[in-house]
Design a protein around this ligand. Structure first.
Ligand SMILES: Nc1nc2c(c(=O)[nH]1)N[C@H]1C(S)=C(S)[C@@H](COP(=O)(O)OP(=O)(O)OC[C@H]3O[C@@H](n4cnc5c(=O)[nH]c(N)nc54)[C@H](O)[C@@H]3O)O[C@H]1N2
Ligand SMILES: Nc1nc2c(c(=O)[nH]1)N[C@H]1C(S)=C(S)[C@@H](COP(=O)(O)OP(=O)(O)OC[C@H]3O[C@@H](n4cnc5c(=O)[nH]c(N)nc54)[C@H](O)[C@@H]3O)O[C@H]1N2
Ligand SMILES: [Mo]
Length: 689
């Protein structure tokens, strides 16, 4: 019988198993949702099984024709959440995209927390990175719930394994924790201070914290004078954001904002960061810039002499105290064809995919490969997105089950799950709290009709006669600049174990030793410390002119009128976005994605617990069941995304929930630069139906 249990013998988190991991096991056992063979869509819209090699022949031929006729830009990839958990698949995808030469790489990162990428591009970064959770003494986390989501460094504050244990350990050390969230989250039980604002006011709250730090002179003057530009510009831009003004807009006690600023000003190793909430709401780019500006004002980065707890194992790196000036990459070529914007950390904004398809430019997107994602559902505004996706010459999905994008795809390639393929800890390498490496060969046999994702990209490249060079790539690297590469034969399929061996070419632990230790290895190395940077000319830009202009506009902005509530985002423990939503544990708890409301709001609106309600925004309406939750402040409704049908029938119980994306827009209330839609703090009205 198939079971799974945690192995804490070597892991830096101790023994721990996440409920999503258990849901994944059930996926293998039950199998009713599992795609066991690839499918081709017939002209009448139905699907017929197709042998995967035949599907690759047809896809390769079609892509080759498109490239010959329209150039490589006609091809795009969308790298979804599951693609991040497919190491060889992700690296082969990068190799394929680089070999083709298309700039059209999209991922969930630009419809998730891309405000952070915008901030990096506009503010620059400290190469030494922020303090890790084990070192921080005062932390402020806005709009993240890591105890449920396991979302941690480098953005939010947590460890991605056993997060509650990490928070408890931080408390035990005396770390002060401040949470800013309209909901008293599961993580908030560790909070010394919980600020429960109306959503969409993080820019004001953090501008006010900056205002107080500068008013009182409690910012880290040494750090700021050494590494930052624009202090006076920032001071002027945050002048209108008095604590009273921010408190009034966010509807929180002004004392809470003062106290947060006081603690941050006193901290030795402060940390300011956020989860997805502020990146989803109004003024998300401005909010994120202000959160990072507060971190910079407090000098919340590792400094020369600080211990580097994890320098990486597969790719060990020294850390330097050094600012890297902003790149403003989005202002440079290559640009999108539908809007005057460009790359953020090497990727184009996903919310522009529909417009990049329908544009009348000869460089428009004609083929899209969706790898481990459900872009049609994830980007919201389904009517707009679907109409665009229908204009594609070719849509291919790589998935383990049928999702909404699969239903529209010309081919659905059935792939392995992580337990059925070789995996190695490239993504966690520098993010584990201590150095750690693990190789996992397939532990469950794969169904006959499925392939690994890397086999798709290699197989299509072979058919297109595009030679691939396999490389160890990670965020912050330009694929072309990586010298060490493994040229792949286009005749003999690579052996996944050999690809993992190649990924260990610079590893502190040789591949054979990693392989011989299935529970992983923690290398014993001499301690490393942050070193003074080789170049001291870089500066963080605290307040570039576009950020100052956004703050000016925000300071004059009036509240949106005509809506009774604001809908905010949340996540569930037993599913990850759309994956495992149909697992028995998730479904037992969530037959639908409930609309959680403050009990007083429900009483006032005459809504009973469990009653069906209709929630309408400027752009659409959804129906679901209301549920009282006293963790929520008044004025907000909290719902999870990726439930229900793409377009609801009006009967949430039959649909298995409602798609909150129907309340969002890809053309209105989108941010500049990254075109991020508003996924939280959505003004809505409610009525019983
Ligand atoms: N179990 C589980 N884990 C997951 C996922 C999952 O679906 N399930 N998804 C994964 C993914 S893709 C991601 S991106 C991460 C996300 O990880 P998190 O960011 O931790 O996700 P959430 O739990 O939704 O937390 C967002 C919080 O922001 C609050 N919020 C909403 N709007 C605002 C606002 O305007 N301001 C402030 N201050 N707060 C606001 C919400 O109340 C919520 O508590 O989680 C990852 N991990
Ligand atoms: N309204 C609203 N919209 C949102 C959000 C929100 O909170 N509110 N959140 C946003 C965020 S943060 C994100 S990250 C996106 C999520 O957007 P996506 O990543 O596009 O959506 P997922 O549902 O996570 O898609 C993952 C797919 O991978 C499949 N899968 C699972 N395991 C494997 C595997 O091993 N291999 C392969 N090939 N496939 C696999 C799953 O079946 C699923 O269909 O949505 C965004 N959209
Ligand atoms: Mo995400």
């Amino acid at each position: 019988m198939l079971t799974a249990r945690p192995d804490g013998s070597v892991s830096p988190y101790g023994g721990y198993m996440c409920p999503k991991g258990l849901a994944a096991i059930e996926f293998h056992k039950d199998g009713s949702e599992r795609l066991r063979q690839s499918l081709k869509r017939l002209p009448d819209g139905s699907f017929a099984p197709i042998d995967t090699e035949t599907a690759l022949d047809e896809i390769g031929a079609k892509l080759a024709t498109l490239v010959a006729k329209h150039g490589p830009r006609s091809i795009a990839v969308y790298h979804g959440t599951a693609a991040y958990r497919s190491v060889l698949g992700g690296l082969m995808e990068r190799a394929w995209v680089a070999a083709l030469g298309t700039p059209n790489f999209f991922s969930t990162m630009t419809i998730d927390q891309s405000a952070k990428w915008v901030t990096m591009a506009r503010m620059g970064i400290m190469a030494s990175g922020k303090h890790v959770m084990r070192d921080v003494d005062v932390a402020i986390l806005a709009g993240g719930n890591p105890v449920v989501t396991h979302q941690g460094a480098p953005f939010a504050l947590s460890e991605s394994g056993a997060p509650a244990r990490a928070f408890q350990a931080a408390k035990d050390r005396g770390c002060k924790i401040i949470i800013v969230d309209p909901r008293r989250t599961e993580t908030a039980r560790f909070a010394d201070l919980l600020i429960q604002p109306l959503p969409g006011h993080d820019a004001e709250i953090f501008a006010a914290i900056a205002h107080i730090l500068l008013r009182d002179g409690t910012h880290d003057r040494d750090f700021v004078s050494r590494w930052c530009n624009g202090l006076e510009e920032l001071r002027a831009a945050v002048a209108p954001f008095s604590p009273e003004m921010a408190a009034a807009r966010a509807d929180v006690p002004v004392e809470q904002i003062e106290l947060a600023a006081q603690w941050l000003g006193e901290a030795r190793k402060p940390y300011a960061g956020s989860g997805s909430g502020p990146s989803f709401s109004a003024y998300s780019n401005t909010a994120d810039h202000m959160i990072e500006a507060v971190n910079a004002l407090c000098g919340g980065y590792r400094r020369a002499g600080d211990l580097v707890r994890n320098p990486g194992t597969l790719k060990p790196k020294d850390a330097y105290e050094m600012a890297v000036s902003p790149t403003r990459s989005f202002e440079q070529e290559p640009k999108c064809v539908s809007e005057d914007t460009g790359l953020l950390l090497g990727e184009m904004p996903s919310a522009l995919i529909p417009r990049e398809i329908t544009s009348d430019s000869p460089d428009r997107i004609r083929a899209l490969i969706s790898f481990g994602g459900d872009p049609l559902k994830a980007m919201g505004d389904p009517a707009f997105a679907k109409a665009a996706f229908e204009k594609l010459d070719l849509l291919v999905s790589l998935d383990v089950r049928m999702n909404e994008t699969c239903k529209l795809s010309d081919y659905v390639i059935a792939t392995t799950t992580p337990f059925e393929r070789a995996e190695i800890t490239v993504p966690g390498d520098a993010m584990f709290p201590e150095a750690f490496v693990q190789y996992a060969p397939p532990v469950v046999p794969r169904p006959d009709g499925v392939i690994d994702e890397w086999e798709f990209f290699w197989g299509v490249a072979a058919r297109m006669k595009v030679p691939l060079t396999f490389k160890y790539w990670n965020y912050g690297m330009r694929f072309e600049d990586i010298a060490n590469g493994l040229p792949l034969s286009m005749d003999d399929k690579p052996d996944p174990e050999e690809l993992c061996r190649f990924l260990c070419s610079e590893s502190l632990v040789p591949f054979d030793e990693v392989k011989a230790n299935p529970g992983g290895v923690r290398p014993r190395n001499a301690a490393r410390y942050v070193q003074p940077g080789p170049d001291s000319s870089g500066r963080l830009e605290l307040c570039p002119p576009d950020v100052a202009a956004e703050l000016g506009q925000l300071s004059r902005e009036a509240a949106e009128k005509g809506f009774s509530h604001q809908l905010i985002s949340r996540r569930i423990l037993h599913a990850i976005n759309g994956a495992y939503v149909n697992s028995s544990e998730a479904r037992r708890r969530y037959p639908v994605n409930f609309a959680y409301m403050n009990p007083d709001d429900m009483r006032e609106a005459g809504i009973e617990d469990g009653e069906k309600i209709e929630i309408s925004s400027e752009f659409g309406a959804v129906s679901t069941l209301a549920k009282a939750e006293n963790r929520l402040r008044r004025g907000v409704i909290s719902m999870t995304h990726m439930f229900g049908q793409l377009t609801g029938s009006g009967d949430p119980e039959t649909d298995g929930g409602a798609n909150v994306g129907e309340l969002t827009s890809l053309t209105h209330h989108v941010q500049p630069i990254n075109f991020m839609p508003r996924f939280s703090g959505i003004p809505v009205n409610i009525q019983t139906v």
